[in-house]
Ligand binder design. Structure first.
Ligand code: PMP
Length: 427
């Protein structure tokens, strides 16, 4: 029988007037946000929380306009892939929309085991465990394993979720300037002996600068000083390595030399959630004790099945990884040829274009949108104000025409906004 027509959603009833009485609105930070957004609204609003109307990949649709998109993490273009969509639909048919409990109780499904095996297989670790959010994974695991007697040495650019986890742990924090593995070694040599446990944290691909860590050096330092090493692979799994296995595969590092590999399901793996992978005893310990897992409802059937299918499609369609890599390199070379400041980017699918101050970055993003290109401005406090930038996320689905159009439009928008570009020519 034909499926019944989908009824239009009833109009949302106008909310009844609510008295304006919340005392939390008196907090200085709430007042500051209110003032900032009121000012921005007067200037035409900020380019945030824009509703995108469909699947976001190489292109997207905002307010009925088609834009070339550089603002999604859909690196391999799998969020709308027929096999991924079908797997999510079948999982909903079979298991419903929620697992309705923490996995340790009655929220565990065979799909969770299948996905965890697939992730461990992809990374080359003994085991892996999945959680409902990438942010929650980092924010939960660091304070679970480290506390006030411990030291965390981290690259200054590690993601907010790791920084929140460190703050919650009460551990002493030692931030090392970005990319300086030599200063990690120095910090460990000087400070290791004064702490119970020491953790070194880095990322597989840095999401602000689009570069890689010197992982072999970090592995050697951690080993030399009896420290643990954690790598956040949010932007490197399904991106780096001949099979998408991440930064270890890319750099020829044995994954067993990294104590904790963390990643998200929300980027190449086209779903939503996080994972932790490593030695089987560690993963088992986390399965039975990590609050963010044990006291949280399990990953939904659709999310679980989507990531599992994404891993299978990535294996069956290796040309996606090759296209992603080629696009990243084409974009980087084109940016340099046009004199754009790409900072330390190395040709992975995150490429920053540094603009200068935050207001200029927002203005350039607005001009780019007028030219049909969506790229997010990253402004203070996410980066230092003089380092505000546009961040371009490449996908395997972009065509060379998409890339060249975006590069030309960026050069034009920078010029129109009065931002100087260098006269650099390609090497
Ligand atoms: N780590 C890094 C490096 C990230 O960029 C992000 C999010 N963009 C996260 C963790 C959090 O992951 P999620 O968005 O899946 O919660």
């Amino acid at each position: 029988a034909a499926a019944p027509p989908v009824a239009a959603a009833p109009p949302v009833a106008a909310a009844p007037p609510v008295p304006d009485r919340g005392r939390l609105t008196e907090l200085p930070e709430v007042r500051a946000t209110t003032a900032r957004l009121t000012d921005a609204a007067a200037g035409g609003g900020l380019p945030y929380y824009l509703p995108h109307d469909g699947r976001i990949s190489a292109t997207t649709s905002v307010g009925g306009r088609e834009l070339v998109s550089f603002s999604s993490y859909n690196y391999l273009g799998l969020t709308g892939h027929p096999r991924v969509v079908a797997a999510a639909q079948e999982a909903v048919e079979r298991y419903g929309t929620s697992v309705s409990a923490a996995r340790i109780l009655s929220g565990h499904r065979p799909l969770h085991d299948d996905l965890e095996h697939a992730i461990a297989g992809l990374l080359g670790t003994q085991d892996a465990v999945v959680l409902v959010g990438g942010h929650a994974t980092n924010a939960g695991v660091v304070p679970h394993l480290y506390g006030p007697d411990d030291l965390v040495v981290h690259d200054a650019l590690v993601h907010d979720s790791v920084q929140q986890g460190i703050a919650a742990s009460g551990a002493t924090r030692h931030a090392v300037p970005h990319g300086r593995a030599d200063l990690v070694e120095e910090a460990l040599r000087a400070r290791r002996h004064r702490f119970r446990r020491v953790l070194v944290v880095t990322e597989g691909v840095f999401s602000m600068d689009g570069d890689l860590p010197d992982l072999p050096a970090l592995v050697a330092s951690a080993r030399r000083h009896g420290a643990h090493l954690m790598v956040d692979e949010a932007h490197s799994v399904g991106v780096l390595g001949a099979h998408g296995g991440g930064v270890c595969e890319e750099l020829g590092v044995d994954p067993a030399d990294v104590d904790l590999l963390m990643g998200t399901l929300s980027k190449s793996l086209s779903s939503c959630g996080g994972y932790l992978a490593g030695h089987r005893d560690l993963v088992q310990h986390l399965r039975y004790t990590l609050s963010a897992l044990v006291f949280s409802a399990g990953l939904t059937p659709a999310n679980t099945a989507a990531s599992l299918a994404a891993i299978q499609v990535m294996r069956d369609e290796p040309e996606r990884l090759a296209r992603l890599r080629a696009n990243a390199q084409h974009f980087l070379a084109g940016a340099r040829a046009r004199g754009l400041d790409v900072g330390p980017a190395v040709g992975v699918p995150v490429v920053p274009v540094v603009v200068g101050d935050s207001a200029a970055a927002v203005e350039v993003a607005r001009r780019l949108a007028e030219e049909g290109v969506s790229a997010n401005p990253i402004v203070f406090p996410a980066v230092p104000d003089a380092q505000a930038r546009l961040r371009f996320f490449l996908t395997s689905e972009h065509t060379v025409e998409h890339l060249d159009h975006a590069l030309d439009a960026t050069a034009r928008s920078l010029a129109a906004a009065g931002v100087r570009t260098s006269e650099r020519v390609p090497a």
